[in-house]
Design a protein around this ligand. Structure first.
Ligand SMILES: [Zn+2]
Length: 470
C-alpha cells in the first residue's frame, strides 16, 4: 500500500523563490468561504437532506468526467451502472461498480479528476492510502459507513465545506419547490437557482413543442404569439428572481446574436411554432432570443451568462442507448467578435447590463474574449470551463487573458459541477493556480506582494459576489 498525501505545495511553482511567494499568497485565501455562483448540484439534496446512497452513486454514476474516461478505455458504460434509456440491464451492485472504477484509477493520472478524487478521499473521508484494485473494498466500506453518519448529510457537508452561496441551474418549467423548501426550512445555507431557458428557446430540442405547451401553462401566458412568449419569459424570470436567482444561463451551440425588427421576429416565431423551420431559422431564433434575454436582464438586473460552443451527444450510439450528458459532448471552434456585435450594438454600453462569457475554444481568449472584455463595460470573462477546468487550463487562461482584460474583468472561479463533494477540491485547485500565477508576477518584479495578496483575495471574494450580484 502507498500512502496518499495531499502535499501542501501541490500545484505551486517548482522553483524555491516563487514557491515561497505562492505559499504566502495562498495562506491569505486558503480558508476563505467558497462562493459557487454557477453549478449543477441537485437542490433536492439540500431540501430533503437525505443521506447519499452509496460510494458509486455518489462519486461515479453521476460524474461524466469519471465514466467517460473508463469508457474511452473500453469499459462498457453498463458495467458502471449508467442507466439505459430502454431500461435494459446494467450493473446494479454499487460495490462491483466501485471495484471496476478502482481497477482503472491509473487512467486519471495527471487529470484534474485525480486531484479532486484524492482530495475527497483524504479531506472528506480521512482515507490515507492511494486507491488501487487491492484496497477497493476497504475504500468502499469506509465511504459507505461514513455516508450513513449525520455529519455526511448534504447540509452538514455544505456547512463543513464553508460554502457561502451555491447556485443551482433550473429550467423555466421547474416550479422551484426544493428551493422554496430550503428557504422555508429555516436552515441558514444559501442555495439559489439560475434561470436556464434553453429547453424553451432551442427549437431543435426534440421536446421543444411539448416544453412550449408547458411553458404557457406554468407562466399563464399565451405562447401562441411572440409577445405572449416573451411575457412568459418575463413572468418566469420574475418567479426565479423572487426565489433568489441572480443570473440566467444560456447553453447555445454558438454565441450568434441578432436584433430583428419586430415584424421579422414575429414572423420568425410563427415559422418556429409551425414546426416547419430550417436549421438557419433555428439559429436565427436562438440569436434573437439572446438579445431578448439581454433586454430582460437590463429590466430585472439578472446577470446573463453564455456557455456556447458544445457539440452535444457526439456519439450517436451512446446517445441512443443512454441519452444526454454521457461524456460525449465535444468542443467546437468558437467566434464571438462578429457573433455578439448585434447584441452589443444594442446593449453593450448599458450600465445596468452584465454579461459573462465562457468558452471551451481557448484560441479565442487572447484574440477575441480578452479584447472584448477589456473594452465593453458590460462584459466579463468566466473562468476556464469544463475541459479546461484543470491546472493547465487555469494557467493558460491567466496567460492569455491578463494582458488585455486584467484580473478585474474576470469573475473568480465557478466549479460548475454536479459532483458536490468535489466542490472544495475544485476551488482549492483554482486558488492555488491563481496564487502560482500571481507569485510569478511578484518574482518577476511586475507586481508588489501586497498587490498580489489583494488580488488573490478579491478573486475569491469581491469578483464573484459583484459579478453575480450575490
Ligand atoms: Zn454549467
Amino acid at each position: 500500500m502507498t500512502r496518499l498525501i495531499l502535499h501542501p505545495d501541490r500545484l505551486f511553482p517548482p522553483d524555491e523563490a516563487t514557491r515561497a511567494i505562492a505559499r504566502r499568497l495562498h495562506d491569505t485565501v486558503r480558508d476563505l468561504p467558497l462562493i459557487s455562483p454557477h453549478g449543477h448540484t441537485d437542490p433536492a439534496w439540500f431540501a430533503l437532506n437525505q443521506p447519499f446512497a452509496n460510494p458509486a452513486e455518489l462519486l461515479i454514476v453521476p460524474d461524466h468526467y469519471v465514466f467517460r474516461m473508463l469508457y474511452s478505455q473500453g469499459v462498457p458504460m453498463e458495467s458502471l451502472g449508467i442507466p439505459r434509456r430502454d431500461g435494459g440491464p446494467v450493473e446494479s451492485d454499487p460495490r462491483k461498480i466501485w471495484r471496476t472504477f478502482a481497477e482503472h484509477y491509473r487512467l486519471f493520472r495527471g487529470t484534474p479528476s485525480r486531484l479532486w478524487l484524492d482530495w475527497v478521499f483524504v479531506e472528506v473521508f480521512g482515507l490515507d492510502q492511494r486507491l488501487t484494485a487491492e484496497n477497493a473494498d476497504e475504500f468502499y466500506d469506509a465511504i459507505d459507513a461514513a455516508l450513513k453518519q449525520p455529519d455526511f448529510r448534504p447540509r452538514a457537508l455544505f456547512e463543513r465545506f464553508n460554502i457561502e452561496a451555491l447556485a443551482t441551474t433550473e429550467s423555466p418549467l421547474d416550479p422551484l419547490d426544493h428551493h422554496r423548501a430550503i428557504r422555508e426550512s429555516g436552515w441558514s445555507g444559501r442555495v439559489i437557482s439560475a434561470y436556464r431557458p434553453d429547453s424553451v428557446i432551442d427549437p431543435e430540442n426534440p421536446a421543444f413543442a411539448a416544453n412550449l405547451r408547458r411553458f404557457g401553462e406554468i407562466s399563464g401566458e399565451d405562447v401562441g404569439s411572440w409577445q405572449g412568449y416573451l411575457r412568459a419569459h418575463e413572468n418566469r424570470r420574475a418567479f426565479f428572481r423572487e426565489a433568489g436567482a441572480t443570473s440566467t444561463d444560456h447553453g447555445h451551440p454558438t454565441a450568434f446574436t441578432t436584433d430583428l425588427p419586430l415584424a421579422e421576429a414575429e414572423a420568425l416565431y410563427a415559422t418556429i411554432l409551425s414546426g416547419d423551420f430550417t436549421a438557419a431559422d433555428a439559429e436565427l431564433f436562438r440569436g434573437q432570443m439572446l438579445t431578448e434575454m439581454a433586454r430582460m436582464s437590463i429590466d430585472d438586473e439578472m446577470v446573463m451568462q453564455i456557455h456556447p460552443g458544445v457539440f452535444r451527444s457526439h456519439n450517436e450510439a451512446i446517445f441512443e442507448r443512454f441519452g444526454r450528458d454521457m461524456g460525449a459532448d465535444m468542443p467546437v471552434a468558437g467566434e464571438y467578435v462578429r457573433a455578439l456585435k448585434p447584441l452589443l450594438d444594442r446593449f453593450g454600453n448599458e450600465p445596468a447590463f452584465s454579461l459573462i462569457l465562457f468558452t471551451i475554444d481557448e484560441t479565442v481568449y487572447s484574440r477575441e474574449l480578452a479584447p472584448l472584455a477589456g473594452h465593453y463595460p458590460c462584459l466579463k470573462l468566466g473562468p476556464p470551463w469544463w475541459f479546461h477546468d484543470s491546472p493547465e487550463g487555469m494557467r493558460r487562461f491567466r496567460e492569455q487573458t491578463t494582458e488585455t482584460a486584467g484580473f478585474y474583468n474576470t469573475v473568480g472561479f465557478n466549479d460548475d459541477t454536479r459532483a458536490f463533494l468535489s466542490i472544495p477540491a475544485r476551488h482549492d485547485v483554482a486558488r492555488r493556480m491563481d496564487c502560482a500565477f500571481l507569485a510569478r508576477l511578484v518574482a518577476e518584479h511586475r507586481l508588489d506582494e501586497d498587490e498580489a495578496i489583494e488580488t488573490a483575495v478579491e478573486l475569491v471574494t469581491h469578483q464573484p459576489t459583484t459579478a453575480f450580484k450575490l
